[in-house]
Ligand binder design. Structure first.
Ligand code: COI
Length: 358
């Protein structure tokens, strides 16, 4: 796939861009360009074009606005000390995008086209990739039904865009221990549903639970399985890990209602190099509360592309509160975060070939 490079000039001045990159936050600012391809039934995917970032011209009848036939991905572009720009395991995101597309009856996009869209945006928006610190350029590929038709069937016209947004810490308080509220009633996804797919609907269904969590003074919400309301699924947009005193690093197994996170997978693979035993199993919330109370659980953390690895200091629910360890940022949690970010920013060798130069 070759992308037509942008012809329009940048919309952002150098001064404004520098101001944004100094303190980007998360998801607040957008770059100058975006990549686009269109799929139409019978014809397949168009060639790629890099367009100025800006409003999409969508009719009110566009199918996505009614039936939420939409999927997305999240990756980051990291600047290394020599100025080169890299992303992390984009083939995994491409594969997940294909699985999400299949579940949402959207057309599959090849891994080659997926990665070409990242390259096209990053090449056009290269000055937007922050240098230094733990900042990055967050890349958000997304695909949606864009046929003006109100019957319930898969759309015959689909748009695929990749936009980019400079990113600092995901959580407004920075990398600080989170308080996580266990949702008493809502689940994020159910058996046979779309939980494993990265579709907007899963995140829409998390929002009221997140609102309640914030209303309880928490930072995040934890969803339990929809059937027994006993086993941990995930947070509003991150997977969960639990470190036990015997060195087991446990994360909920993929049951179909959990997002198979790229960060999740990477932690499981890196864990043995650092004396930890990775375990994927169902985590019973009552047993977890007992293990936290007895001191058997040492640390917990959230993991995702946007959140990286972020400590969890406390769980709270209508039944009570459980402080994990001393409630601070766990040593192993922060060590794993450092290892992952050292790899991503090119500060340690990439033995597994996970980094892809953009
Ligand atoms: C990501 O981690 O990239 C996500 O898509 C999750 C979202 C909460 C930002």
């Amino acid at each position: 796939m070759t992308y037509t490079p942008p012809t329009a000039p940048r919309r952002t001045s150098d001064e404004r861009r520098a101001e944004i990159l100094a303190a980007p936050g998360f998801g607040n600012h957008f770059t100058d360009y975006m990549a686009h391809q269109r799929w139409t039934v019978g014809e397949g995917w168009s060639s790629g074009e890099v367009l100025p970032y800006g409003p999409l011209n969508i009719e009110p009848a566009s199918a996505v606005l009614h039936y939420a036939q939409e999927i997305f991905e999240g990756l980051k572009a990291f600047r290394h000390a020599d100025g080169s720009v890299w992303t992390f395991r984009p083939d995994m995101n491409a594969l997940r995008f294909q699985r999400s597309a299949e579940r949402l009856a959207l057309p599959p996009l090849s891994t080659e086209d997926f990665i070409a869209s990242l390259e096209a945006v990053v090449q056009a928006d290269e000055p937007w990739v922050p240098g230094g610190g733990e900042k990055s350029l967050y890349l958000r590929p997304f695909m949606f039904a864009n046929e003006n038709f109100l019957g319930v069937r898969a759309s015959h016209t689909v748009d695929f865009y990749t936009i980019a947004s400079p990113a600092g810490d995901y959580f407004p308080r920075g990398v600080q221990p989170l308080t996580v509220w266990i949702s008493p009633d809502y689940a994020r996804a159910g058996r046979g549903g779309t939980g494993f797919a990265k579709c907007g609907g899963n995140y829409a269904s998390s929002l009221e639970g997140k609102n309640s969590a914030v209303g309880q003074g928490a930072d995040e919400v934890m969803f339990l399985d929809s059937e027994t309301h006993t086993f941990i699924d995930e947070l509003s947009g991150m997977n969960v890990f639990v470190l036990h005193s015997d060195g087991r690093l446990v994360t909920p197994q993929l049951t179909g209602s959990i997002l198979p996170g790229v960060t999740r997978d990477s932690i499981l693979e890196l864990a043995p190099d650092h004396g930890l035993t990775p375990v994927e199993e169902r985590i019973d919330i009552h047993r977890l509360a007992e293990d936290i109370a007895s001191g058997e659980v040492l640390e917990m953390f959230a993991a995702g592309t946007a959140a990286v690895i972020n400590p969890i200091g406390k769980l709270a629910s209508e039944q009570g509160e459980w402080t994990i360890g001393d409630g601070g940022s766990g040593e192993t949690t922060m060590a794993l975060r450092r290892i992952l970010t050292d790899l991503q920013y090119g500060r340690i060798a990439d033995d597994r070939g996970w980094m892809h130069r953009l």
